[in-house]
Design a protein around this ligand. Structure first.
Ligand code: BES
Ligand code: ZN
Ligand code: MN
Length: 536
């Protein structure tokens, strides 16, 4: 009888621990949003060999005074003379991104001249497109871009940039939103079919993925939390070929021993999730996937080591790394790239409540390493510890790259000019740097000094989650590196300084979508890095 009672008791405890919906029971209590995000508009893009009749806005990209000649098919002799006079009067320099807006010329509402500078770099052309896209957002009606004389690649890049620049983040503004009716954009080029192919096969997917990622970072944390992040990913990939999505809920993570991410998620009403998106395109190389892991803290209050109030709201963007890795796979899969890649989004909300982890608590990550939590605000490395352990144990990765808004310290080191790059494998670091250079998302490599191991040593566990040294970005990187074997080519990218910020000439205030273009380029161009003892 006693034995039976004991058995029943064990059974009940088992049920509580493994009830399939244990985390669904922690229900949302009143954080319902009654507001509805306004839909985004984008211009439909077509490429054509000749310009439509003068109407709406004409864009003239010019690298030098002589270029007006090459673009002139779109202009009458009178219009061309007027533009020439205006350029001289404004002392237009033709430098990249310089712009001049003219009204009252011929049949056009507006003629926008944009400088190309001397460069033909694709990244700069795309950025010029983004500046244009942003400028033209308040413009009703159609847009004609006179791109004759530019290559098909350049025309497609300009169009891609325009799509990226059209983004707006004022989802919840109910007044002061000008009611524009964005017309179509016609890009005039000698090679319309080629440009159209390039745009349709890659540019359009990048535009969509960038907007998807920026939405996630800009949306408030009462809208984007681990489960809703997952739902948005599922919706975005619906119908995309070659994609497999797996979601680990709390019981699944418990079974795998993911004590680190579960620890971070404990203080929140919104349960954590591990989202795994696999994409294998036709013609992908043999062997394991490139794994991209992202920090997905949907809100970082700091937890019990709570942050000061000033700018705490910006911490709704602390899932930007996760959004970027999933966004890169979205861009690659929608454009059917011949690659083998997996995105892992380590999703949790870092909140202080009675169940939250405390400073001093010890957590055990999936790879068995124990972690003394010194500061609950150093939570990104904790969720990544389990994401990387999972990658190593389950995915046989060719290479692992993690992306995270990890430390304020990276801004102290690099300002907002470069994201921080850390790696033990030179051949991997070089490829990431090259990709960043190519797309205009630059990385600067910082050291993984051996002294960081000492900084991160705990007296009671294998590791502690903050270091004593001043190299805050480096000790964070070192910590993450403890969860992937030394032989696996691995790199860590700290984007805390790049992911989110003030408005500029190509984006509104908020997310920059940093990392999508970088990772997309990197994965496409990837050359196998030999496994084995690292260079440093
Ligand atoms: N999410 C923050 C890092 C951050 C700070 C991103 C500012 C963007 C802007 C991260 O979780 C954090 O709190 N890091 C701490 C680490 C420290 C406790 C070792 C930091 O940077 O202060
Ligand atoms: Zn954080
Ligand atoms: Mn934090």
């Amino acid at each position: 009888m006693q034995r039976l009672g004991l058995l029943a008791c064990v059974a009940v405890i088992g049920l509580i621990a493994y009830a399939p919906d244990a985390d669904a029971q922690r229900r949302d209590r009143g954080t319902v949003v009654f507001t509805q995000a306004a839909p985004q508009q984008t211009r439909a893009v077509v490429f054509a060999a000749t310009a439509p009749a003068a109407a709406g806005t004409l864009v003239l990209p010019l690298g030098a005074a002589g270029d007006l000649e090459a673009r002139a098919a779109a202009l009458s002799a009178d219009e061309r003379a007027a533009v020439t006079r205006a350029l001289a009067a404004a002392e237009f320099s033709y430098g990249a991104r310089q712009s001049l807006s003219l009204r009252g010329i011929g049949g056009w509402n507006r003629i926008v001249i944009v400088g190309l500078g001397e460069t033909t770099s694709m990244a700069v052309l795309q950025n010029i497109g983004a500046v244009l896209g942003r400028m033209l957002m308040e413009e009703n009606g159609a847009v004609v871009v006179a791109a004759t004389g530019l290559s098909a690649e350049q025309a497609a890049e300009l169009a891609t940039g325009m799509g990226i620049g059209e983004y707006r983040s004022d989802f919840y503004r109910t007044s002061g939103r000008e009611e524009t009716e964005l017309g179509g954009a016609t890009i005039v080029t000698e090679t319309p079919a080629q440009a159209q192919d390039l745009y349709a096969s890659r540019g359009r997917a990048l535009v969509g993925a960038m907007a998807w990622v920026r939405d996630l970072s800009n949306e408030p944390a009462n809208v984007v939390y681990p489960e809703s992040f997952v739902q948005r990913a599922q919706a975005a990939f619906r119908g995309v070929e070659g994609v497999q999505i797996q979601v680990l809920n709390v019981p699944a993570m418990q079974r795998l021993g993911m004590g680190a991410i579960l620890g971070v998620g404990r203080g929140s009403e919104r349960p954590p999730r591990m989202l795994i998106v696999r994409y294998r395109g036709q013609g992908a190389p043999e062997g394991g996937p490139i794994v991209l892991a992202g920090k997905g803290i949907t809100f970082d209050s700091g937890g019990i080591s709570i942050k000061p109030a000033e700018n705490m709201g910006d911490m709704k963007m602390d899932m930007s790394g996760a959004a970027s890795v999933v966004g890169a796979v979205l861009a690659l899969s929608r454009s059917r790239a011949p690659v083998n890649v997996v995105a892992i989004a380590a999703l949790a909300e870092n909140m202080p409540d009675g169940a939250a982890i405390r400073p001093g608590d010890v957590l055990t990550a999936m790879n068995g390493k124990t972690i003394e939590v010194i500061n609950t605000d150093a939570e990104g490395r904790l969720v990544l510890a389990d994401a990387l352990s999972y990658a190593e144990a389950r995915l046989s990765p060719e290479a692992v790259v993690d992306v995270a808004t990890l430390t304020g310290a990276v801004r102290g080191a690099l300002g907002d000019d470069y994201a921080g790059l850390f790696s033990r494998h030179d051949a991997l670091a070089d490829q990431l740097e090259a990709a960043g250079e190519a797309v205009g998302e630059p990385l600067w490599r910082l050291p993984l000094h051996e002294s960081y191991a000492e900084d991160m040593r705990s007296t009671i566990a294998d590791l502690r989650n903050t270091g004593g040294s001043g190299a805050g970005a480096g000790t964070g990187a070192h910590f993450i590196g403890e969860f992937v074997s030394r032989e696996t080519p691995w790199a860590h990218i700290d984007i805390a300084n790049m992911a989110y910020g003030a408005a500029n000439d190509w984006k509104p205030a908020g997310s920059a979508g940093f990392g999508v273009r970088l990772l997309e380029r990197f994965v496409r161009d990837y050359q196998p890095v030999p496994r084995g003892e690292p260079e440093n």
